[in-house]
Design a protein around this ligand. Structure first.
Ligand SMILES: *[C@@H]1O[C@H](CO)[C@@H](O)[C@H](O)[C@H]1NC(C)=O
Ligand SMILES: *[C@@H]1O[C@H](CO)[C@@H](O)[C@H](O)[C@H]1NC(C)=O
Length: 500
């Protein structure tokens, strides 16, 4: 019952009755003892980190050291960590707060007729061959009408308490995974850079709080991060991207087409029927607002909101696809410039790794132990795309929803709140020269982890390949991927001749 406690004030006995009625009716389709909405893994970029790593629900500090996988015989130890991290759970932005406001008004004012809309609607449905959708749900309508709008414009995208935890817990887990790097002795040499957005700065502070907690230090941490938007918000500094994609309607036409396509219409119709509101008033944006509201109530308050009952798994998958389409065409493989806009960050990461892995005499200072870079989903997706990850054979479009069930590009898996991309550079002793092959087998190794799970570099067959093999893989980018050339010169956003 905790999940709905704000609704259960003593003056609302009636409501309680309505609620248990709803829950009883829904219990046939939902697993019991369910605090988490059954659709929680379809929230795209509004997915909780715990949906990707469910074991953290039991123990937020659980660390599995076997995710680090340098070859057994080479006696490798981590010598540097670069982490690109998304901010934690946050409030909706103003745009979504206003949509939520409109939705809750629509439901309160218009959703008054639990009678079915006229026969023409049913007739039209039959003609389209879609099955009836179950009709209005009086108990659910009652619940939603009583729902109190509590989001205010000033919350605009700020980090919530849960979001602070997302980052401080992540810091604590990483300090266990990399005790020699994220150690108290290294405190002054861990470099932290962040986007200027409030939610990112707060996340960076929370990360430092987490380290301080991990060290059992009672001192109030002195925050020592730098704001760097050119690095963490590169997408705003790339004119070719802004003009070619962000401000260009045709670049995102698949999203617009899907939004008004068959699958979305079906979700809309079901929801309009359940609410007893006119189909035409329930715009795709308002449908999405209800879905997001379900996600926000979960990620901010750990509530299983009644808004979630508007959607079954089939609906949720459609809405997930809508979000994924947007991320794909706006931030990922959809257009070459999307990934190329991240060249400054790409070069920064590799320069940092180069420096950390450079051979040194025993008298030299030890390398920078860690570089922590805090940004957005919009920071991570282009970089991951540039690295060649999550690229399916067929691009997702408005028309191929049904062939995309097994796509690897799922924003909820890739960039949930507190998503992280880790580069772990290992110093290895066991390398020898393989005379027959005529090449050196030793040297530093690099492993990549995404959301704390190992992910291989495309085309390389080890979890922690030699660093120089990774450099060879990305040679064309290391030698090119020039910000000025990619972002400034071109009139049009993408060039077919830029092969990546
Ligand atoms: C740790 O991770 C490995 C592989 O990443 C997995 O096989 C193993 O089951 C995990 N162990 C635990 C206790 O979660
Ligand atoms: C806008 O996008 C379309 C389709 O991707 C592209 O052909 C066109 O060149 C873009 N316009 C600009 C100004 O970049």
């Amino acid at each position: 019952m905790t999940a709905l406690s704000p609704l259960c004030s003593p003056r609302n006995r009636l409501l309680l009755a309505a609620l248990s009625f709803t829950l009883t009716r829904l219990s046939s389709t939902l697993p019991r003892h369910q605090d988490v909405p059954h659709i929680a893994k379809y929230f795209g970029t509004k997915t909780r980190y715990e949906e990707v790593n469910p074991h953290l629900l039991k123990d937020p500090f659980a660390v599995n050291r076997s995710v680090l996988r340098p070859p057994f015989g080479e006696r490798c130890s981590p010598m540097h960590l670069t982490a690109v991290i998304r901010h934690g759970s946050r409030f909706p932005t103003v745009k979504n707060i206003q949509r939520i406001q409109r939705l809750s008004e629509l439901v309160r004012v218009d959703g008054s007729s639990p009678t079915r809309p006229g026969g023409s609607e049913a007739g039209a449905r039959e003609a389209r061959g879609t099955p009836p959708t179950g009709g209005p749900d009086a108990a659910l309508q009652q619940l939603l009408k009583r729902w109190e709008m509590w989001y205010t414009d000033d919350m605009d995208g700020r980090l919530v308490q849960k979001g602070r935890q997302d980052l401080s817990h992540l810091a604590r887990r990483l300090s266990v995974l990399f005790p020699s790097l994220l150690s108290e002795q290294n405190a002054g040499r861990i470099r932290l850079q962040t986007s200027s957005k409030h939610r990112c700065v707060s996340s960076t502070q929370a990360f430092q709080d987490g380290l301080t907690e991990a060290w059992g230090s009672s001192a109030v941490p002195e925050y020592r991060h730098q704001v760097n938007d050119e690095l963490m918000r590169f997408f705003e500094h790339c004119r070719g991207y802004v003009e070619g994609v962000e401000k260009n309607r045709t670049a995102l036409q698949e999203v617009a087409r899907f939004k008004h396509g068959e699958e979305m219409q079906r979700v809309r119709r079901k929801m309009a029927d359940k609410l007893g509101v006119e189909y035409s008033k329930l715009t795709p944006d308002l449908v999405e607002a209800a879905f997001f509201l379900c996600s926000y109530e979960l990620s901010i308050k750990s509530l299983h909101s009644p808004w979630c009952f508007l959607f079954d798994e089939t609906d949720a998958k459609v809405l997930e696809y809508k979000s994924d389409l947007k991320q794909y065409w706006k931030r990922s493989h959809g257009h070459t410039i999307n990934s190329l806009s991240s060249c400054p960050l790409f070069h920064h990461v590799f320069r940092t790794l180069d420096k950390a892995g450079r051979p040194r005499r025993s008298t030299d200072a030890s390398p920078e132990p860690a570089s922590i870079l805090v940004g957005h989903a919009e920071t991570l997706l282009p970089l991951l795309s540039l690295l060649g990850l999550y690229k399916d054979l067929e691009p997702p479009t408005a028309d191929n929803y049904h062939s995309q069930h097994d796509r690897s590009f799922r924003s909820g898996r890739i960039v949930p709140y507190a998503a992280n991309l880790l580069f772990v550079l290992f110093d290895c002793e066991g390398g020898q020269t393989d005379r027959q092959a005529g090449r050196q087998t030793g040297g530093p190794r690099l492993q990549m982890l995404i959301n704390e799970s190992p992910v291989r570099f495309p085309g390389l067959e080890e979890d922690a390949p030699l660093y120089r093999d990774v450099r060879a893989l990305y040679r064309h980018l290391l030698d090119g991927c020039d910000h000025d050339r990619e972002c400034e010169v071109r009139a049009s956003g993408r060039q077919p001749n830029t092969e990546l």
